[in-house]
Design a protein around this ligand. Structure first.
Ligand SMILES: [Zn+2]
Ligand SMILES: [Zn+2]
Length: 180
C-alpha cells in the first residue's frame, strides 16, 4: 500500500542549513563523510552492547544527519514517516538514547518542556541563544568561552569534556515587538 505522505518525502531540503555555526560550508560531500563515520562509530558502539545496526536504526541515523537543526523526538518521527516501513515511537526514543550515549548527538533542555536533540559529530562546539517568546534557537561560537572552560577546569584539576551555555531572552524580532 502506497503511503500518500511519501509523495512529500523530498521536501526535507527545507531543513538544510548550508553553513555550520563558524561559517564552514556543509557540503553534500562533508555530509556523506560525516554520516559514514557516524554509522561506523554507532555500529561499533552497538556491537559492544550486543546490539545490531538494524535497517530502522540506520534510517534514523541518516535522517538525524540530514537535519541541520535542533529537533524533538516527535519532529524526527514526523520526518521518518516518509520512510518505508513504520518506525515506532519506542524505536525512535531508544535510538536517540543510544546515539546520545555514544556522543553522536546531544540532548538539550531549552526550558521549553520538550527535549531537543542535535547531531554534533563532525560539528563545531557551539552555544545557544533561546527566544522565550517565539522559541527560536540561534547558535554561536565564541573562543573566550572555551578559554574560560579550560582555565577554570585547569585551576580545579578537572578534565573538561564539553560545556553548555544557554542564553535565554528575546530575539531581535520579538524584542522590537515588546518594549522593555
Ligand atoms: Zn523570538
Ligand atoms: Zn546547536
Amino acid at each position: 500500500m502506497e503511503d500518500p505522505r511519501r509523495a512529500g518525502a523530498s521536501r526535507k531540503s527545507s531543513f538544510r542549513v548550508v553553513e555550520d555555526v563558524d561559517g564552514t560550508r556543509v557540503t553534500r560531500e562533508k555530509e556523506r563523510h560525516d554520516l559514514a563515520n557516524a554509522l561506523d562509530a554507532f555500529r561499533e558502539y552497538l556491537k559492544r552492547k550486543d546490539l545490531k545496526l538494524t535497517g530502522q536504526r540506520t534510517a534514523i541515523v541518516r535522517k538525524v544527519f540530514s537535519t541541520h537543526r535542533h529537533f524533538t523526538a516527535e519532529e524526527l518521527q514526523d520526518l521518518l514517516k516518509a520512510e518505508k516501513g513504520r518506525i515506532s515511537k519506542a524505536t525512535v526514543y531508544r535510538t536517540l538514547a543510544l546515539l546520545t550515549e555514544c556522543d553522536l548527538i546531544v540532548e538539550h533542555d531549552f526550558g521549553q518542556g520538550t527535549k531537543y536533540y542535535e547531531q554534533i559529530f563532525g560539528r563545531v562546539q557551539h552555544d545557544h541563544l533561546i527566544c522565550v517568546s517565539c522559541g527560536k534557537i540561534d547558535e554561536f561560537t565564541f573562543d573566550p568561552i572555551r578559554e574560560v572552560q579550560d582555565r577554570i577546569s585547569r585551576a580545579k584539576g578537572f578534565r573538561p569534556i564539553s560545556h553548555a551555555l544557554h542564553i535565554f531572552g528575546l530575539c531581535e524580532n520579538c524584542a522590537t515587538k515588546r518594549p522593555t
